[in-house]
Design a binder for this molecule. Structure first.
Ligand code: GTP
Ligand code: MG
Length: 217
């Protein structure tokens, strides 16, 4: 059988799982929220960011990874995370919660400001090792997602697709959505060739994602 491109990332082996566990056992603290490039902390840690449409589950995923429920605010109000939020994990990592893009009712000027900041951050951050682009497992890749993926291609930042809220998808729909995501990713040279399937609610995919982050260099 020919391997499909963009397989779902496998569960980590014992060693990788332990590396991931150890990284997050080091604790995570909120560092600062940033609204302009001038406010970014020094690039002295390995950095990963979490991008995705408003309400896709970025903050919830950070909470699940770090095991700290109230760390990154998760809410039902789309667009709640309006700053680039930096979290320090252990001694050597930053986790970055990006403002959600593509939600309907924001004033145009506000949207333009976020987009500009997002673009500057994604293309100008030297210590950024990987962007995790969160995709709602019920909806697949939408047009606004695709725009961000193109931005990442342009910025030459490797991104990895992370499906969120997998607990809300019926088994029957799962393969179809995954194939839609694969087709969309195939158009993007900066796409990392594995998809992570997660549920922050159920803890699915969390050890996998932890070990992926722990193994970045
Ligand atoms: P913004 O900061 O507005 O861009 O949103 P966000 O991407 O940070 O989303 P957030 O984590 O705030 O989650 C949005 C909503 O989805 C909340 O009501 C969460 O409880 C819910 N949610 C997030 N992850 C999951 C999941 O894995 N499963 C289920 N069932 N709900 C989830
Ligand atoms: Mg958020």
């Amino acid at each position: 059988m020919t391997a499909l491109p963009f397989p779902v990332a496998e569960e980590p082996d014992a060693e990788s799982a332990e590396a991931g566990r150890m990284l997050f056992a080091g604790g995570t603290e909120f560092v600062k929220g940033v609204v302009a490039m001038s406010g970014l902390p020094a690039s002295d840690r390995l950095e990963v960011c979490f991008a995705g449409r408003s309400n896709v589950g970025k903050s919830s995923l950070i909470n699940a990874l770090t095991g700290r429920k109230g760390l990154a605010r998760a809410s039902n109000t789309p667009g709640r995370t309006q700053e680039i939020n930096f979290f320090a994990t252990g001694e050597n990592h930053y986790l970055v919660d990006l403002p959600g893009y593509g939600f309907a009712n924001a004033p145009t000027a506000v949207v333009a400001k976020w987009q500009a900041l997002l673009k500057q951050y994604l293309s100008g951050r030297q210590s950024l090792r990987r962007a995790f682009v969160l995709i709602d497992a019920r909806h697949g890749v939408k047009k606004v997602d695709d725009e961000i993926l193109s931005l990442l291609d342009g910025a030459a930042v490797t991104f990895q697709a992370v499906l969120t809220k997998a607990d809300k998808v019926k088994e029957a729909d799962r393969a179809r959505i995954l194939d839609q995501v694969r087709t969309a990713l195939a158009k993007h040279p900066a796409a990392f060739p594995e998809i992570v399937v997660t549920s922050s609610e159920k803890g699915w995919g969390i050890p996998t994602l932890r070990s992926i982050i722990a193994e970045l260099e």
